[in-house]
Design a protein around this ligand. Sequence first.
Ligand SMILES: [Zn+2]
Length: 165
Amino acid sequence: MAVGNPWVRVGKVPFGRGVFARQDIPAGTTLGVVTGKILDDPDYASSYCIDLGDPLSLEPHAPFRYLNHCCVPNSHLHTVDAEYEDGTPAPPEVHVEALLDISKGEELTIDYQWAASGAIKCLCGSSGCRGWVVAKEELDDLLKSQAVEIPKPRKSKRNSAVVQP
Ligand SMILES: [Zn+2]
């Protein structure tokens, strides 16, 4: 899967790179395994690393390194237990799965679900944007602990009802 993933390609977005669908992708499709470097360091942190459960994390390689965050994502990561050939437990594999039908050319996004301590402002622009790149369950803590300013709603979208599909 490392070379020439049939489902996705890396492309440019205004602030860097992103992952785009090479073809129409039905919801539920497994798009590949995230390959990368596994680090055995509980203090390791980077913008891209994926938590594999203490103390392991995965520093992903392309293409999935470039999955961008969206508060209403069309894809997600899930871990799958793995073992070495001799049957001993190995670090889990991280699979990328489409949550929704994704059209050819569309950008794939995941919800980073960051802890409040690492949150940054979110620019995803989706109708369900939480304003921060942070896990849903951490949002209240973030707003309380930092006494942050919630971005002032502009007149248009934020005040109108969100229409659920
Ligand atoms: Zn957002």
